[in-house]
Design a protein. Structure first.
Length: 409
């Protein structure tokens, strides 16, 4: 007779945006726990049809939105909490800081440990005057102190983000770097490169820097007119970027939102993948650079700005080339160097694949995550965290040291 696996609630307010493939991939890779998803409502995005989902606002009605608002402001949602409690979960894992704040009363009501993964903007945005944010994000910014004192375990996805958390007053002993990981069995080299192609994958927003890439690609095409630029993603700047591309480029295409499988296909077709992320006036920066990790997994060289946590993923001169943030001319120079040297692209690609398999493999990273889950549950059971939602405790000693080990290029 098989023994039922302990359940872990994967919490995200909106389940799940197309760009949040990393949440679904990590939860799907769990082998010792059964993931169930909880949030306020479904959104048009990733397919969760076969998943166990529990929603506060199941039909996305006006009354449901009122219940959402009441829950986010007060933590009051008795029927929702009752349904989640009936699952008998062992732990709650929220993704993004604002969702961690929303999940705090759930974990408190159910008496289970809370783990929060921080991915980027939830740590780096410091000045909302320069960025449009939701009311929920403003509520999060005004109530961060509750999270800091909660005793939850914080999992920033890079050392860069961990430093930011500690600078903001989050307890250092409860902040543990954990890389989400890349499915290296899915993202494998397939040698589908034909014509020279620069690929961009990301939201078409200011922080992703696609405008710098368009300028750099224009410079590249002056010397190599056969090179094409392809951009995967969508966002508020798409119309502006399409106009810029029409004025500056000879060969380009905007591919819109694509599935993870299609991204994999396009990465294997690319000659080089470019990630020109930049810091916004609001403070927002790239937390990790998942596109960099996925592209290296399929043995593609990276050209990127040295921004945020990207230097933890891309090894300059070994798996890719980094330029100073905003220096589009240096970006163009790096792209030209790689496009003109098949041997260098191949060498960087091999090194990138080896690096990702060694450091960021999803299966290995998820086993480490499950070690964290077990340690938090054990501590809770033993009563070490009797006041887990009032004061922080130190990271459990039985979590393997490799979990918090810094990546080394």
């Amino acid at each position: 007779m098989s023994v039922a696996k302990p359940k872990v609630i994967i919490y995200s307010d909106h389940l799940l945006y197309p760009s949040e493939t990393f949440i679904l991939a990590q939860a799907s890779a769990l082998s010792e726990f059964e993931p169930v998803y909880a949030g306020s409502r479904r959104v048009v995005g990733l397919d969760l049809a076969t998943r166990q989902i529990h929603l506060l606002n199941q039909r996305d009605s006006m009354w449901g939105r009122c219940r959402e608002l009441a829950f986010k402001l007060t933590g009051f949602a008795p029927n929702f909490l009752k349904r989640l409690g009936a699952l008998g979960p062992a732990l709650l894992h929220a993704h993004h800081g604002p969702n961690g704040l929303r999940a705090l009363p759930i974990a408190g009501h159910l008496g289970i440990p809370l783990i929060i993964t921080f991915h980027g903007s939830d740590v780096t945005i410091s000045d909302v005057r320069y960025q449009k944010v939701t009311l929920g994000y403003r509520h999060y910014m005004a109530n961060k102190e509750r999270l800091k004192r909660s005793g939850a375990l914080f999992l920033p996805v890079s050392n860069f983000l961990r430093r930011k958390l500690v600078e903001q007053g989050f307890p250092e002993e409860r902040a543990l770097v954990h890389y989400t990981g890349v499915d290296t069995k899915k993202f494998q080299p397939a040698n589908k490169e034909r014509d020279p192609l620069i690929l961009f994958v990301g939201r078409l927003e200011e922080s992703k820097g696609a405008g710098f890439l368009i300028r750099a690609a224009g410079e590249v095409q002056k010397q190599l007119p056969e090179v094409e630029l392809a951009l995967i993603g969508d966002g508020s700047l798409r119309d502006v970027l399409e106009k810029d591309a029409k004025q500056q480029l000879r060969r380009y295409r905007f591919l819109g939102v694509r599935t993870s499988e299609e991204v994999n296909e396009w990465m294997n077709r690319a000659s080089v993948v470019c990630v020109p992320s930049v810091r916004r006036r609001s403070g927002e920066q790239e937390g990790f650079g998942m596109a960099c990790a996925e592209a290296q997994a399929v043995a593609k060289p990276i050209v990127a700005f040295n921004s945020g946590g990207i230097s933890e993923v891309v090894c300059h001169g070994t798996t890719g080339l980094l330029a100073e943030e905003g220096d589009w001319q240096a970006l163009a120079g790096h792209l030209l160097m790689l496009l003109q040297s098949p041997e260098l692209r191949a060498r960087f690609g091999r090194s990138g694949r080896e690096w990702v398999v060694r450091q960021f493999d999803l299966e290995h990273c998820t086993k480490r995550l499950e070690s964290i889950y077990h340690a938090e549950i054990e501590n809770r059971t033993k009563g070490k965290n009797e006041r887990i939602f009032q004061r922080p405790e130190s990271i459990p000693a039985n979590i393997p040291s490799s979990v918090s080990a810094s990546a080394r290029c």
